[in-house]
Design a protein around this ligand. Sequence first.
Ligand code: AMP
Ligand code: MN
Ligand code: MN
Ligand code: MN
Length: 286
Amino acid sequence: MADLTYLYDLHSHTTASDGVLSPSALIQRAVDNKVNVIAITDHDTVKGLAEAHQYIAQHNLPIHLINGVEISTFWKSTEIHIVGLNIDVQSERLQNLLMMQEHQRIERAKEIAYKLSKVSIADAYEQAQVYAKGDIVSRAHFARFLVEKGYVKDIPKAFKKYLGKSGYAYVAPKWTSIEIAIETIHEANGQSVLAHPSRYGYTLSKMKTLIGYFKEHGGDGIEVSQSRQTLDDLSSLAKCACEFGLLASQGSDFHDTVGYLDLGKTHPLPSRVTPIWHDWSLTKNC
Ligand code: AMP
Ligand code: MN
Ligand code: MN
Ligand code: MN
């Protein structure tokens, strides 16, 4: 039975996707921040996990690493993220899905670059790949290139002007569906969590439609405590978790120290929710 005094951070990114820290550096930062249980949940890849496990073993670090992933899905023209926790990374179905998503990312990146070339921004595909340290090409890599080459002032502007839904170079992605993401996570023996429900730009009523859809298709939990939220938002999400009979998760969504909370710095979960980890058995004493 998990010690309830553990500090959990169940959402984070490394250079395997669009985080700025390597898996080893991320683990070291989590340990320095006194996080006892960390999930690495890179976008559509599990390729950062092996290095992170190795780093923990090599240095005998007091931390549990949860195998995770953040799967991109497309639902009613919106990109919805589903986190998988405690997944079997060898699962064939999971590996197949991630391979397809990785391929879609490359195709989308080429289309984004083509659209950018039409507004006189040359070689964006090659440039985005310079910023991508792993096999995943993300819009975040395009954004870093656009900022560093002076096309825009900062990352939010890069999304507003070029990469976001209303930007010049937006390309609708061909991500998998919410239901397939949930099924695939379950087949890999994991738990599925709806990531940052309040960050999709929905009204409360539409957010509840999404949460209801997620629950109806077998979803297990929602992120209640997350990056960039007010206490009202935390409270509203806790209420939704109770209303829909979903478990509650928490995670910083750490990518870097500029736009996100630092590892382990989310608000604690309100006592009325059931944490996603309530029945986890963590064997190491941390
Ligand atoms: P992708 O997975 O390639 O669609 O890229 C999405 C990633 O870009 C997210 O995971 C964030 O890291 C980043 N991102 C998306 N929208 C914004 C935004 N408005 N400002 C800053 N970063 C963003
Ligand atoms: Mn990201
Ligand atoms: Mn996300
Ligand atoms: Mn994330």
